[in-house]
Ligand binder design. Structure first.
Ligand SMILES: Cc1cc2nc3c(=O)[nH]c(=O)nc-3n(C[C@H](O)[C@H](O)[C@H](O)COP(=O)(O)OP(=O)(O)OC[C@H]3O[C@@H](n4cnc5c(N)ncnc54)[C@H](O)[C@@H]3O)c2cc1C
Length: 607
């Protein structure tokens, strides 16, 4: 079974991606150029990624006392990816890019996430370089970002610290001006950083010539004190190895040291590190302190970092989706081949009959259709968000602003919904395999372990929920939520006239009204502690409403297509979502609307 027909359907029949080519930026593109990119990525993923997914899980990265060792397959896969030009695909022609729409880039990267998510396809590197293209100086772009796009350097994002995960205001890494001439460095105001960064993905390896860390740190005030809160946070480029203004390595190591590798439950093909900055292991010009160049304005670091985090959140949602999809395909294949049990006839089971394949049992079909509706729905949502990114960057001003606001509201869902429900899909994939699913002889347990990360990093589920209910649905006078309601209404207006979809359109309309009413009820007292006590159930209900909308819209596109098994499957996945999933929102919203304090009010000693 191939992912490609689903991607093609969503890109071409649903999102009409080639219509982007009417924009000046994408004028040289056509369906043929999009197909060529998809073909190349599908092939590299099949040849260089998929065969090594288990290998990178069992041959975890290790430190040999001198350097971090990764399997040769990881080197080969990442080399092939860089050579394909995908790292710079979305960039301008004059810096070596293809000016590819992000919608197509995201779709193409889906093949790698499905083949081997932890070998990775440079999400951190492109995110890091994209941030510098927006907030960096011309020289910072030349020296750091362009070398990342070329595959010479790779990138990280260094936010978390051992004591500061969800709460970045507690970042304690310090950055002090490096000498009297610190402001005159052509690479940007030069500082010396000291502190520890925890959980840094791809923080140490030998896959590229250099690693460009983007580090959040605080510049102390004149009394040597760190400004409390996020206001005091600045952003710095800290290369692992020092570079000159031509982007060449000077031969000197920067003072960034690997303190240890984290040994993870899954996603083992990517290193995860504790890094010590400025402890003096690699003094620069005889002094301890990691050299870092300020990006943007001092004190505005988190604002700059959000540029990378928003992209990363769509990337995380896509990764979760494709892990779910990998499990769906594996369990579908298994269910078609595993004989077990006999059908129940009017006279009971007939033991003289040969066993049937498990795909013939209604409960196995239920588990397969659940996975299909979660994963194909999530893929549609991620591609829709990617399309909004293109709108934001290339549409007329009013459309672009609408896209920006819609993305604000949808990003927590794009990150969280697949993290929860495509993980559930992985659990169902294990269930379909029975005992075999619980062994390492089949790939599904690894997909689950790999996917379990996604509810944790890039803002945990709880933090995303508070972002949605505490900020996103309220911002700019609730305009983002109104815009989303407008889009949902457009879809249901189109669906309500089709007899087959009328009941679903009504159900979606009710869900929208329920979410709107719950949003108001949650904030009725104006107390954040009341409103946010049940932020996660709100996130779950909101996400299910969004997915029901996406499915109905996808079903409208499928409805117009000629009869095929794929069409039947898509319409069934939509119905599954409306019949088995959407009704769940009532229970979630009940506790939100009543501002239920069962959990929040329970004293600690009662647990
Ligand atoms: C494999 C992996 C890769 C990672 N990669 C990176 C990376 O490249 N760069 C980087 O900077 N970081 C990275 N992280 C760090 C990740 O972003 C953090 O783990 C995450 O933000 C949570 O922080 P924490 O682990 O300190 O947990 P905590 O913040 O201690 O949270 C623990 C629990 O408490 C909840 N909680 C915390 N605060 C609140 C609150 N105010 N209200 C309600 N609930 C709350 C959380 O939701 C969570 O369930 C990575 C983590 C992992 C595991």
């Amino acid at each position: 079974m191939s992912l490609r027909p689903t991607v093609d359907f969503l890109l071409y029949d649903w999102l009409n991606a080639p219509s982007l080519n009417e924009r000046e930026r994408f004028a040289d593109h056509s369906r043929e150029t999009f197909d060529a990119v998809l073909d190349t990525c599908e092939r590299i993923a099949r040849e260089k990624y998929a065969p090594f997914n288990r290998l990178v899980d069992t041959q975890e990265p290790h430190f040999d006392g001198d350097k971090v060792v990764l399997p040769q397959a990881t080197h080969d896969a990442q080399k092939a990816y860089a050579e394909s030009g995908m790292l710079s695909a979305a960039q301008d022609y004059d810096v070596g890019g293809m000016q590819l729409p992000y919608t197509v880039e995201a779709a193409a990267n889906a093949f790698f996430a499905m083949a081997s998510v932890s070998i990775g396809s440079g999400m951190l590197t492109t995110g890091n370089a994209n941030l510098l293209m927006v907030h960096g100086t011309e020289l910072q772009k030349q020296v750091f970002a362009l070398n990342e796009f070329a595959g010479r350097f790779s990138g990280t994002m260094c936010l978390s610290e051992p004591q500061a995960g969800s709460s970045l205001s507690d970042v304690a890494t310090r950055a002090v001006p490096d000498g009297a001439d610190f402001a005159d460095d052509p690479l940007g105001p030069r500082y010396r950083l000291k502190g520890n960064k925890m959980w840094i993905s791809a923080g140490e390896h030998e896959l590229t010539e250099n690693i460009i860390h983007l580090v959040l740190a605080k510049i102390p005030d004149e009394h040597g004190k760190l400004v409390p809160g996020t206001r005091g946070i600045s952003l710095f480029i800290v290369p692992k190895k020092m570079v000159d203004t031509e982007g060449q390595l000077t031969g000197e190591r920067n003072d960034v040291a690997l303190a240890g590798l984290n040994h993870k439950c899954g996603w083992r093909g990517t290193t995860n590190t504790l890094l010590n900055f400025g402890e003096g292991k690699y003094p620069v010009k005889g002094e301890a302190g990691a050299v870092g160049y300020l990006v943007g304005q001092a004190g505005k670091g988190l604002h700059c970092m959000f540029h990378m985090m928003n992209e990363a959140r769509i990337g995380v949602g896509m990764a979760a989706t494709m892990l779910g999809m990998a499990g769906y395909h594996a369990s579908l294949d298994y269910a078609k081949n595993r004989p077990q049990g006999r059908p129940m006839g009017p006279a009971g089971k007939d033991p003289a009959q040969p066993p049937v394949r498990i795909i013939e049992h209604a409960d196995v079909k239920r588990m397969l259709l659940a996975q299909k509706s979660y994963c194909e729905g999530a893929l549609a949502l991620e591609l829709y968000c990617a399309r909004l990114v293109d709108e934001q960057h290339t549409a007329d001003a009013a459309t672009a602003d609408d896209a920006r606001l819609l993305l604000e509201v949808l990003t927590p869902i794009a990150k969280s919904w697949p993290s929860e429900w495509c993980l559930e899909a992985n659990s169902l994939a294990i269930q379909i395999h029975g005992g075999y699913g619980y062994t390492r002889d089949f790939p599904v347990e690894q997909y689950w372990r790999d996917n379990r990360l996604n509810m944790i990093h890039e803002g945990t589920h709880g933090i995303q929920a508070m972002d949605l209910l505490g900020r996103k649905v309220l911002m700019e006078g609730g305009k983002g939520l109104s815009l989303l309601a407008g889009r949902i209404n457009d879809t249901l207006q189109r669906a309500i006239h089709i007899p087959e979809f009328a009941a679903h359109a009504n159900a979606l309309g009710q869900a929208l009204a329920q979410v709107g009413a719950a949003t108001k009820a949650a904030w009725a007292t104006g107390e954040p502690t009341d409103a946010l006590a049940n932020a996660v159930p709100y996130l779950q209900a909101f996400g299910h409403m969004v997915l029901a909308w996406v499915w109905l819209d996808v079903a409208l596109a499928a409805h117009g297509a000629s009869e095929s098994a794929a069409r039947t499957g898509r319409l069934a996945a939509m119905r599954f979502f409306f019949h088995y999933e959407l009704p769940k929102i009532g229970a979630w919203l009940q506790v939100v609307s009543s501002r239920d304090q069962t959990c929040a009010a329970l004293p600690e000693d009662a647990f």
